[in-house]
Design a protein around this ligand. Structure first.
Ligand code: IMP
Length: 200
């Protein structure tokens, strides 16, 4: 079976990539599933593109194989774009989803519905050894709920209501999230790169 290596240790992301690629007979493999023990890549960039490139290029070089990396996050207009690239560690370096959501909700405590607009952004970097890195960007527009709802998904899903929906992403079935999410928007734009990334 062909495999695509995804430079992530985030199990929520890994599950979604598995769902995206399995209909094509391709297995998405996240870093903890590889036989080789790889060091953590430090996300020291200030943009999604920089961090996605850091992850994809460093892992591709270590493995000498094509690698796909995802850098993603929640961009809240009333917070000048925060948490943005710091989404995973917004409330501290222990990367606690619950604490991150509480921090966003507290910061928006005085914001009425119309001021709670936000979007999820996903930048994919495709690193193939010896070639220039390629990027694809996906978005999902929506707004921040007043309290968390739902148990599906991961990260900020319980407080994100996609436009035209009344439920949060965490209340939607995973098939529906995977149809409308920032990550699926970016994956759909991979087109022919999927066959370059997939190796035996
Ligand atoms: P990264 O691993 O640095 O790209 O961090 C991404 C972070 O953004 C995650 O840990 C989540 O907090 C948030 N995030 C990205 N995509 C999603 C999503 O699909 N749902 C909810 N939160 C997400």
């Amino acid at each position: 079976m062909k495999q695509i290596i995804i430079a992530t240790r985030n199990q929520g992301k890994a599950r979604e990539f598995k769902d995206f690629f399995s209909p094509f007979g391709i297995q998405a493999l996240s870093l903890p599933e590889l036989e080789k023990d790889l060091p953590d890549v430090e996300e020291i960039g200030t943009t999604f593109e920089e961090n996605a490139a850091l992850k994809a290029e460093q892992i591709a070089e270590m493995l000498n194989k094509p690698v796909l990396a995802d850098d993603s996050g929640l961009v809240v207009d009333a917070l000048d774009g925060r948490p943005g690239v710091y989404s995973a560690r917004y409330a501290g370096k222990e990367k606690n989803d619950q604490a991150n959501m509480e921090k966003v909700l507290e910061e928006l405590a005085d914001a009425p519905k119309e001021s709670r607009t936000a979007r999820f952004v996903c930048v994919l970097a495709i690193a193939i050894p010896g070639e220039a890195t390629i990027f694809r960007k996906g978005t999902c527009e929506g707004s921040i709920a007043f309290s968390p709802r739902g148990t599906n998904g991961f990260g900020y899903d319980p407080i994100f209501i996609p436009n035209t929906y009344s439920q949060t992403l965490a209340e939607l079935p995973k098939e529906e999230k995977n149809r409308i999410s920032h990550r699926s928007d970016a994956v759909k734009q991979l087109n022919d790169w999927v066959s370059r990334l997939a190796v035996e």
